[in-house]
Design a binder for this molecule. Structure first.
Ligand code: ADP
Ligand code: MG
Ligand code: ZN
Length: 609
């Protein structure tokens, strides 16, 4: 589904089969009619008898009701054979009629049902064959029998039975959504004062973290109708249908306001336009365009809130994220240990637990699990208990279930192993500790080893206290030291370094290069600005060296200066961490245990030690 080619193929089948079969059917029908109307002469029976007596009939085929055959005749003085058909008449009667020279003919009482059948049967047959073929395609291609019937439905629920209590471990997201709930409950309260709520809220997070659940919970909490559609289903419609459906959806929603429109898997629909080999997918683009048009066309004050979910925000069409569209983003992240305990509690409500089950311990065994994995875990444990003929779920079942699910997730590469967690924890605390100790760096808000997205294994969140336009040399140097703190920690603790730092290295090197070449902050080179090298030159080095406006010698000094800055800042980071090794270890242990700590807590350890 993802590649341009796949889309093209599918579209191709959809249209050609439908049109070709339809055309064939029409041609056959027309052909029949033409043959019947023009080529075959319908003779009255008396004319047939007469022709017979004149010896003009060449051959006949007799059926119950009709006689068909060939007949000699003249057209424009030429001898031709014509095909004729006539309806039979009772032979005795016909002799009598003939005697008195009456023109007579047989008429088959037109049987309405029979007539209908002769029309309807082929049509039914045709659609039957067509349906069958579609089914075959569906089996081969995953989902084809969409036709806007079963799939791509817009679901409307008047009352959603899900509340915020059903979603655990996502407290920050819930807090942000509370505002939306308050608005939907009494929109007038907000609009009276001219307040405006964001029109579009985008829930962003890895699969299975409860984005769909939260969207439904917002509707459930505020007791408003919930319209939902899934982006991936819309991609499979015929051209024009998706757009029409979107239009319908908004029209309906406006009538039902206040309400929520939820677009699940927005990325399927909202991929950047014009991407792919075939130059994009017409249907997707049309649907997306319609969505954008509708979003711009409605006014949030009527009480319609548009929500969407995606786990790949980076591929979304930028047009979707502009102000006035999906401009509010809410992160729904994988839960930390406490969050996992809470989620397990939610799902364990439905099963009978043995006295030895400690959900805290289960949460400790499941780092990296998302809400859906935990729901699955409880279910699996319950199934195992049934298989073991128990009437309650014991810790043994939970242990078994964890092992099974971990194996599955490891195959999908979604979990990191214990050794990696150790490295990541020390690495992240390394960044944070250097930042805490060096003056003038942004405060550390959060340290986490919960894997995020696809690349970063852990992260240290530094939030600037104010907007900055100028930075001093010291600040830049400190930034480099913080960036290198991760790797320095790894080296100190494990006497080895890992690949996990490559983003850090890129950032540190960038800053150092800018310092030397753009900000004139190198003592050796002095206050000088060197033209930025153009990147992505088609011919690489060749043109680049031709463009360079400084000598080989200077280039060497620049390289040397950049390296000197990086080396000295690495030493700064390493010195800090070596002299605070105790704090580093304690901090890492805490992060390993809780997976996600506030910066303040590391500061507390530092201040205590
Ligand atoms: P997403 O939309 O983020 O992929 P879903 O909302 O579809 O995830 O989650 C699938 C199921 O997993 C939910 O129906 C629920 O049973 C369970 N689940 C996921 N996240 C949570 C959570 N935070 N709290 C409780 N259950 C959750
Ligand atoms: Mg979902
Ligand atoms: Zn790092």
């Amino acid at each position: 589904m993802d590649t341009g080619r796949g889309c093209f193929m599918e579209k191709h089948h959809k249209f050609s089969i439908w049109y070709v079969l339809f055309a064939v059917w029409m041609v056959l029908l027309l052909h029949n009619m033409i043959v019947q109307m023009f080529a075959v002469e319908r003779l009255p029976y008396s004319a047939f008898i007469k022709a017979l007596q004149e010896g003009r009939v060449v051959e006949v085929a007799i059926t119950q009701d009709r006689i068909q055959g060939k007949l000699k005749g003249t057209v424009d003085g030429q001898q031709v054979e014509k095909v004729f058909t006539t309806v039979r008449v009772d032979p005795q009667l016909s002799e009598m009629l003939e005697k008195y020279n009456v023109t007579f003919k047989g008429v088959i009482e037109s049987n309405f049902l029979q007539n209908l059948a002769s029309w309807v049967l082929p049509v039914i047959l045709f659609f039957g064959v067509w349906y069958f073929m579609m089914r075959r395609f569906a089996a081969q291609q995953g989902s084809f029998l969409t036709l806007g019937k079963k799939k791509a439905k817009v679901y409307m629920e008047d009352e959603v039975g899900v509340t915020f209590e059903d979603a655990a471990g996502v407290d920050e997201a819930k807090e942000e959504l509370q505002e939306v709930v308050a608005f939907l409950k009494v929109p007038e309260k907000y609009t009276r004062l001219g307040g405006k709520l964001p029109k579009g809220i985008l829930l962003v997070g890895p699969p299975g973290t409860g984005k769909t659940l939260l969207a439904r919970a917002v509707a459930g909490e505020s007791h408003v109708p919930f319209f939902s559609m899934s982006g991936s289903e819309f991609v499979e419609l015929f051209v024009g249908m998706g757009a029409a459906r979107v239009r319908d959806l908004f029209a309906q929603a406006k009538e039902k306001a206040p309400c929520i429109i939820f677009v699940d898997e927005l990325d399927a629909l909202g991929k950047a336009r014009g991407a792919g080999i075939t130059g994009g997918h017409d249907e997707r683009e049309q649907t997306l365009n319609q969505l954008l048009v509708e979003m711009d066309g409605f006014d949030a004050t009527i009480g319609v809130i548009l929500m969407a979910a995606t786990n790949r925000p980076e591929i979304l069409d930028p047009a979707l994220l502009r102000p006035g569209r999906f401009d509010r983003h809410i992160l729904v992240d994988r839960p930390d240990k406490k969050g996992r305990t809470d989620i397990l509690k939610v799902h364990a409500k439905e099963v009978k637990l043995g006295p030895d089950v400690d959900l805290d311990i289960v949460a400790g065994m499941t780092p990296g699990f998302a809400g859906a994995d935990l729901a699955n875990l409880v279910n699996e444990a319950a199934l195992l208990a049934v298989r073991h003929d128990k009437d309650q779920v014991d810790m043994a079942e939970f242990q078994d279930a964890v092992e099974r699910i971990v194996a599955g997730l490891e195959k999908k590469n979604r979990l990191i192993n214990e050794n990696e967690r150790q490295i990541v924890a020390h690495h992240e605390v390394g960044h944070a500790l250097v930042a805490l100790i060096l003056p003038g760096t942004d405060p550390v808000r959060k340290i986490s080893i919960i894997p995020r997205g696809l690349s970063a294994l852990g992260y240290t969140l530094q939030v600037p206290t104010e907007d900055r336009f100028l930075m001093s040399k010291t600040e830049l140097l400190n930034k480099i030291a913080v960036a290198l703190g991760g790797r320095a920690a790894e080296e100190i603790v494990f006497d080895d370094i890992s690949t996990g730092a490559h983003n850090d290295l890129a950032r540190a090197t960038d800053i150092a290069r800018s310092m030397v070449k753009e900000y004139g902050m190198s003592e050796k080179l002095g206050h000088i600005y060197f033209e930025k090298e153009r990147q992505n030159q088609p011919y690489g080095d060749l043109t680049m060296s031709a463009k360079r406006e400084y000598s080989e010698e200077t280039a060497r000094i620049i390289d040397h200066e950049i390296k000197a800055i990086l080396d000295s800042q690495y030493r700064v980071a390493k010195d800090i961490l070596t002299s605070h090794r105790g704090v580093l270890e304690q901090g890492a242990a805490l992060v390993l245990k809780e997976e996600n700590i506030e910066g303040k807590r590391l500061k507390a350890i530092l201040d205590a030690g």
